[in-house]
Design a protein around this ligand. Structure first.
Ligand code: SAM
Length: 287
């Protein structure tokens, strides 16, 4: 009798009591870099999957949701953005979306781990395709340090980082948000990936991160998206600005006239995304 062929699953612990698993066909790549363990898997349901230290970063099937929401929300509020700083984002999905705007002429991307970019160029061309564009200037260093010396340089800063521990920890600090404020022009916008507040594990640190952003910027809001492979599926983003309100200053007609085809983002959804659930509001309001 033939033995049962072993099935291979990628499993991430979302809490000590809850796990999320995806059946995978192949483990395509694994390496311990200077900063983290990098793995790439191939799956039928989600296509290729990038994980760092065992945490899922990107899947080919649902990356469009995250990258639409982290780029098109600020771009629809200020369609004249031309110089952008992207921190983290080694998979390239954020840069790919930004490059769709003709107004954007210069993107500085600061990724701490060169190996992530090398691996994504080889295994995830769907997201990494824009990383060789001549408008993109790649720096392999800590985003926390990079932003320290910058003054009134950028229209938009996007923080597309890992979680608030390990190499990404400094990107959730008061010092970092203050430096982002200084690095932005007078109508600058900061958008950051803001984790989920559904499970208690990250809720406290994200509440504190939001308060630090509120202390640094006159406008600080939270918006949401449904991302199936991230913990709880309910993901948050931060929108902070020196001037713009993300709803009152949304220029729907101007954005819609650009004719960009998007699979998740639209300007009605933009408005709805800022209507966050009470359990998130209540946690954010606690001081
Ligand atoms: N979409 C993803 C998510 O929310 O799970 C984030 C993806 S992207 C791969 C995150 C990147 O941030 C990683 O490649 C990591 O190396 C980079 N990163 C972490 N800390 C950083 C830092 N201090 N400076 C620059 N890049 C950093």
């Amino acid at each position: 009798m033939l033995g049962k062929i072993m099935e291979l699953w990628f499993t991430e612990n979302h809490t000590d009591e809850a796990r999320f698993s995806i059946k995978v066909d192949k483990h395509l790549f694994s390496k311990q870099s200077e900063f983290q363990r990098i793995d790439v898997f191939e799956s039928k349901e989600f296509g290729k999957i990038l994980t760092l230290d065992g945490f899922l970063m990107v899947t080919e099937k649902d990356e469009f949701i995250y990258h639409d929401m982290i780029t098109h929300v600020p771009m629809a509020v200020n369609p004249n953005i031309s110089k952008v700083l992207v921190i983290g984002a080694g998979d390239g999905g954020t840069v790919r979306e930004l490059l769709r705007y003709k107004t954007i002429t210069h993107i500085d991307m600061v990724e701490i781990d060169k190996d992530v970019v090398t691996v994504c160029k080889e295994y995830l061309p769907l997201t990494a395709c824009g990383l060789t564009d001549n408008k993109v200037h790649l720096y392999f260093e800590d985003g926390l340090k990079f932003v320290r010396g910058k003054v009134s340089e950028y229209d938009l800063i996007i923080v597309d980082s890992t979680d608030p521990f390990g190499p990404g920890e400094g990107l959730f600090t008061k010092e970092f948000y203050g430096n982002c404020y200084r690095a932005l022009k007078e109508d600058g916008i900061l958008v950051n990936q803001h984790e989920s507040m559904y499970y208690t594990s990250y809720a406290e640190s994200m509440k504190r991160a939001h308060q630090r952003i509120q202390d640094s910027f006159p406008v600080a809001k939270i918006y949401q998206a449904h991302i199936p492979t991230y913990p709880s599926g309910h993901w948050l983003f931060g929108f902070a600005s020196k001037k713009y309100d993300p709803i009152q200053d949304l220029d729907s007609d101007k954005w819609n006239k650009l004719g960009l085809k998007t699979k998740y983002y639209n300007t009605d959804l933009h408005v709805g995304a800022f209507a966050i659930p009470n359990y998130v509001k209540e946690q954010l309001e606690e001081r």
